[in-house]
Design a binder for this molecule. Structure first.
Ligand code: FAD
Ligand code: NAP
Length: 855
């Protein structure tokens, strides 16, 4: 039996580099590869036109500058034979072949608890024992099992793009059918059409494709990389897609249509998937923005394809652009102008069967000499579960992943110690320049093995908590994009019966690398390790906040801003006003009117948001956040717009006097006076008398809660509901959430103390007008929706108020928001993960206001 430190399965970009690094680090290693040579993807996919769609200067190893210097790519996007030669060259130069066993397929792997080692078996009968087992088996290496009947009957030649004959195929004079219109088909169809006597393409779903403008390697780019190689490669490693690229900072709908089209046109003329999809910053998140790019590409298809009916069939409409891999082509659409090329729309004429002589679709039969299947892969998980992998306690990976893959970082799997997956599900992998992602994973794994050896450890495995947290994070990220809307292989949707789960990590290569490095820096957070000195579990979740909240926190941390509580009140106000100008504006409403109403001690400004629908409308009196010290109509303007649209109610945002100029109880006194006046003047404001709710955020929610108590005690006006978003309900600053979330989530415990100090004397703070939780009775208050956020110092007092209201018999719903922070729910259009909670708020307001109450 072969006995080594590490077994690697696969000899593509990943396996080759891993073998090199393992040797350098002094580990014994053996690679097993089904093919009879190195190359992986570039060994198998030899169909005509196969080439990379990331420029070759980027799609190559970066670990050794010598390869850059000695290897000349002949084209911007090198063809498959050249990429294969490159990998063969790397294998030769690093003398890798002597540790690779070719033509050998790993069939099974079993974790042996007693020896803490993996035992592998190959199809050729080899038995291998290893301490660590690495799957470098590729994301696109397992062809999808054919789900079309009758192939075995066909008397002509059958080809699969994913397993193309090494000797090549000559289609000259042949009648050829191609099934599929993904990247492989789109690359091969123009070349097959050049040879074939007749070509018929069977298309189920049209794809978006942009021109490659292939040709010689751009000299300018080559020189630019050579002159600043280290910085260029470092930029790639920290970029979203593994290629340095400029991503716009504006959304598509924030510019005029003319400017939008001009930018698309410039990007189209330039080419490049990442740059094209980065023309605006919201193309993968905002459906309206995305559709403008879809339509732009459709206009290009219509301009190229002569026959309008064929052009329409080629125009994708069933998924947002970018949510399936964008294709890169040379003369793909132009090929349909050739007289001997025909497109068959399988949506209209479904594929019935393959026959002895060709293909039957509903309503027509086709005869062919050859059929090419470009039908894709069982991506990301297929090659991994094709090996029978059994971890601890007899658990098989197939069973564990039966409802979709679960990994920690896309690298490791709970229950499967010492197993690593390179570019596994849950890592950026297929959404990136894969060579950069492969190198990062290889380096991380080798670093981990070196750390284990240094510390005398032999076994490493992620905890269930860490893994579940990562799966959640990956899903959360996917959910704020448009990716889940496509029936793509990213979603597992191309393989019948495969669970529908978004497989890659969409957070980007740079973000992901930072996370992996942080795991190490925090002493392998989320891992249990064991060695001769015992077992150590460092349990935890690496990114517990919502994905977009995490990005916002990182951006803010990167700005190095001073803490608000270290500023003077004037500076803090000026600062928060300037921050407010930099966020998205929120949705359009029917009308916005500014006005003045009488407060408790003088006039107060208000801003009225009227829905676009026909009035009169029910009314929500809204109080802005800002710790009684900061804030205005402007600060909460996007949130008020959002509430107005979602609730179809008139939102009247009322200003109230601020501390320290007007301390407690100025704010609730003004709030109550405003509600009294608005209730009395509902009709003249365009409202429905008697249909009035209150809402507020943070200190504004404190005002709203107190106003409800004051109205109850005064016998009116009638308030039909209260929406309290992350409310201040108590002056006790010692609750658990104050401790857990004291720092790092924008609203800090010191800042809250600063607010309280400006607002109320310690002797006043227990007054229910300051701390509504302390009211002697909470009975007979309006129905409430109380929204709290997981990473907010105010979380527990909000929950306590919900509990207390319920105990007092008030109809109350508590909406705890996982992964959110104090300021994230009101960040309309900036924090997309808050949209679901805002939808519930809108729905709650509708319900509060639906029931008519006697005036
Ligand atoms: P692979 O290259 O897939 O190698 C995995 C190897 O593992 C295979 O050789 C396979 O035979 C072997 N193997 C699997 N299971 C077993 C087993 N049980 N026992 C033994 N051996 C096994 N990505 C980009 O970033 N840019 C591009 O331009 C690009 N173009 C692509 C074009 C095509 C046609 C395809 C199919 C993919 C493309 N990709 C591209 C993705 C591409 O797969 C990766 O870039 C990269 O080549 C993957 O390298 P790898 O070593 O991880 O896996
Ligand atoms: P793919 O994108 O999954 O495309 C498969 C095609 O086959 C789709 O058009 C699909 O239609 C069709 N199909 C599958 N089963 C079918 C059936 N039963 N009946 C009719 N049609 C069927 O696969 P791929 O083209 O091989 O590409 C896979 C990935 O590899 C790419 O997304 C890319 O990441 C990589 N790749 C890159 C390049 C490059 O340019 N460098 C080239 C090739 C591949 P539906 O969409 O309707 O399912």
């Amino acid at each position: 039996m072969v006995d080594v430190d590490v077994v690697v399965v696969g000899a593509g970009f990943a396996g080759l580099y891993l073998l090199h690094r393992l040797r350098g680090a002094g580990f014994s290693a053996k690679v097993f590869e089904t093919g009879d040579d190195v190359g992986g993807t570039w060994y198998w996919n030899r169909y005509p036109g196969a080439r990379c769609d990331v420029e070759s200067l980027d799609y190559s190893y970066t670990f050794d500058p010598a390869f850059d210097a000695e290897w000349e790519w002949s084209e911007k996007y090198a063809p498959q034979p050249e990429i294969l030669r490159y990998l063969q060259h790397v294998a030769d130069k690093l003398d890798l072949r002597r540790d690779i066993k070719f033509s050998t397929r790993v069939d099974s792997a079993v974790w042996d608890e007693a020896s803490s080692r993996w035992r592998l078996r190959t199809g050729q009968g080899n038995e291998v024992s290893c301490g660590y087992y690495v799957m470098a088996t590729g994301c696109l290496s397992m062809p999808k099992a054919l789900d079309i009947d009758g192939v075995e009957r066909f008397g002509g030649d059958v080809y699969f793009t994913s397993k193309w004959p090494h000797e090549g195929v000559d289609f000259t004079g042949k009648r050829v059918g191609v099934i599929g219109t993904g990247s492989s088909a789109i690359q091969s169809i123009p070349i097959i059409a050049e040879q074939a006597a007749a070509l018929t393409v069977f298309q189920r779903t049209p794809n978006f494709s942009i021109p490659a403008y292939n040709g010689p390697v751009p000299a300018g780019k080559k020189a630019a990389i050579a002159s600043r190689r280290a910085e260029y490669r470092a930029d790639a490693r920290l970029s979203p897609g593994g290629v340095p690229a400029t991503i716009s900072e504006v959304g598509a709908m924030q510019v005029s249509e003319a400017e939008r089209i001009a930018r698309y046109e410039a990007a189209w003329q330039k080419g490049g998937i990442i740059e094209f999809l980065g023309t605006f910053n919201d193309l993968i998140a905002n459906a309206e923005s995305n559709e403008t790019l879809c339509e732009f590409v459709r206009s290009k298809i219509r301009a190229v394809v002569d026959d309008p009916a064929t052009a329409e069939v080629l125009c994708p409409s069933s998924f947002p652009i970018g949510t399936k891999r964008l294709c890169v082509d040379t003369n793909y659409y132009q090929t349909y102008n050739r007289p001997h090329v025909r497109l068959v729309d399988l949506r209209k004429h479904p594929l019935a069967t393959i026959t002895e002589t060709g293909v039957d679709v509903v309503g027509e039969s086709f005869d062919f000499d050859a059929i090419v299947f470009a039908t894709g892969f069982d991506a990301m998980t297929g090659a991994i579960v094709a090996v029978d992998i059994t971890g601890r306690n007899g658990l098989t990976l197939k069973d564990k992943w039966s409802e979709g893959p679960k990994t920690y970082l896309g690298l490791t799997i709970a229950g499967f110690p010492n197993l690593f997956t390179i570019t596994g599900p849950g890592s950026p992998s297929v959404l990136s320049n894969m060579v950069v992602s492969i190198e990062q994973h290889v380096n991380w794994i080798v670093g981990c093995l070196e750390d284990m050896r240094r510390d005398g450890l032999a076994v490493i495995e992620p905890t269930e908590t860490a893994e579940a947290g990562w799966v959640q994070h990956v899903n959360d990220f996917g959910d704020i994009t448009l990716f889940p809307r496509a029936n793509s292989w990213y979603m597992g949707a191309n393989v019948p019966g495969k669970p529908r789960v978004f497989l890659p990590y969409v957070g980007g290569v740079g973000t992901y690398r930072t996370i992996c490095d942080e795991v190490v820096a925090r002493d392998y957070l989320g891992f249990a390790v064991a060695g001769s000195s015992g077992t150590r579990v460092n349990d935890g979740v690496i990114r517990p906040v919502q994905a977009d909240v995490g990005i916002m926190l990182e951006l803010i941390a990167g700005l190095g801003l001073p803490a608000l509580e270290t500023m003077s009140v004037d500076d803090a106000r000026a600062f928060s006003t300037s921050m407010a100008t930099q966020r998205p504006p929120g949705p359009d409403v029917g009308e916005i009117v500014d006005g003045v109403l009488p407060g408790a001690a003088g006039d107060l400004d208000y801003r009225l948001y009227r829905p676009a629908s026909a009035g009169p409308h029910p009314i929500v009196v809204y109080f802005h956040g800002g710790g009684w010290v900061l804030g205005s109509h402007d600060s909460d303007d996007p949130f008020c717009r959002d509430l107005c649209v979602r609730s179809d109610a008139m939102i009247i945002s009322v200003n109230y006097r601020h501390a320290p100029e007007a301390r407690f109880p100025a704010a609730p006194d003004d709030g109550f006076a405003a509600v009294q006046w608005i209730a009395a003047n509902a009709a003249s404001l365009g409202g429905v008398p008697g249909k009035l709710a209150v809402a507020g955020w943070s200190a504004g929610a404190n005002v709203a809660a107190v106003v409800c108590q004051l109205a109850r005690d005064a016998g009116g006006p009638t308030i039909t509901g209260q929406l309290l978003v992350t409310p201040v309900t108590d002056s006790d600053l010692s609750r658990r959430s104050y401790v857990d979330n004291a720092d790092g989530y924008i609203l800090t415990a010191p800042l809250m103390r600063w607010f309280w100090d400006h607002y109320a004397d310690p002797s006043d703070r227990a007054d229910p007008k300051a701390s509504p939780l302390r009211a002697t009775s909470l009975a007979d208050l309006p129905p409430a929706l109380i929204v709290t956020c997981e990473f907010d110092p105010l979380r527990d007092e909000g929950a306590a108020y919900a509990d207390a209201l319920a105990a007092a018999g008030v109809q109350v719903r508590h909406l705890p928001c996982r992964g959110q922070i104090h300021t994230s729910l009101t960040a309309v259009d900036a924090i997309l993960s808050g949209a679901a909670a805002r939808a519930e708020m809108g729905e709650a307001l509708r319900q509060f206001l639906g029931a008519s109450v006697p005036v």
